[in-house]
Design a protein around this ligand. Sequence first.
Ligand code: EPU
Length: 314
Amino acid sequence: MTGVGAIAIEDLANRLRVETSGDVRLKEPMSAHTTFGLGGPADLFVAVRSQSDLDALLELCRGGAVPVTPIGDGSNLLVSDRGVRGAVVKLAGDFDRLAIEDSVLEVGAGASLGRAISEAAAAGCAGLEVVYGVPGSVGGGVYMNAGTRNGWISDVLLAAELLDHHGTRRWVTRGKMGMSYRHSCLQDLEPPAFVTRAKFGLKPEEPARIRQRIAAYASGRKESQPLQWRSCGCMFRNPEGDSAGRLIDAAGLKGHSAGGAQISEKHANFFVNTGGATASDVYALVKTAKSRVLEYSGVELVLEVKLLGEWPDD
Ligand code: EPU
């Protein structure tokens, strides 16, 4: 019997299988749910398919004192090799729905950003494509205020629907979302809340012109980023007025490796899984990059990627 709270995880899984239509798995390797392809087992992993599934799950976890960790497409996560205790929850099914009316896109948090962008473009709605190429889900994009040099999610976000761990759901307008560079108020909430839906205010434009911009963004990324390898995009936030990639490069770390993980030769803020990497290998590179950049340029790099599970404190 495994337990992190007042209820055994196996009992919780059984109840969820009976009471919801979610995909419920015990000891699910997180490597199957992260773009890095890394991470040990979650005690319980649930892909919920409807709002009522999610409500039931939160109620059971609250009652059983089981911690809940929401994830999106796992594109900005480094999950410990020891895995994650409690329940890891991904939004699927109804949370992938998308509708566009009067240039407002309303989309479930489980949908991928890529799909939201391409459906908006097909409907002649421009604005969200500024984040084209950033991997991840709509929910993850709002949580991170995902962005590129062309713009950020917060440029077009009207409001996000949030669901807290008490089960209270409400729409929060952009001005109250605390959005700044790679930040939203969601990052400050403990226990975490879910983004369940988002609304984006877009502008009418010819689909062909939007697609032209998307193609230009895509080729820019292909030229400068190691997209053929598994990674979680940029590892560190850009310090004000500088670039983490430039700083790691200047510290002589391009191509530096630990086990199966490598600081990309192509872009030094991308840490890639060259095959057979562990999360600890990546973590070792993170520590090396932080200390070498501090030594070389006096800049303290801050992770953009979120660490999940148990890690050393230093
Ligand atoms: N640079 C180097 N060496 C490197 C990498 C970059 O000298 O190894 C230099 C470049 O020559 C350039 C500068 O650093 O002068 C900035 O590099 P780049 O234009 O590649 O942009 P970036 O700041 O590293 C940002 C976002 C990316 C986004 C790109 C393109 C951050 C942390 N990163 O990268 O977003 O894709 O711009 O718009 O804000 C991501 O894709 O995961 C991501 C976070």
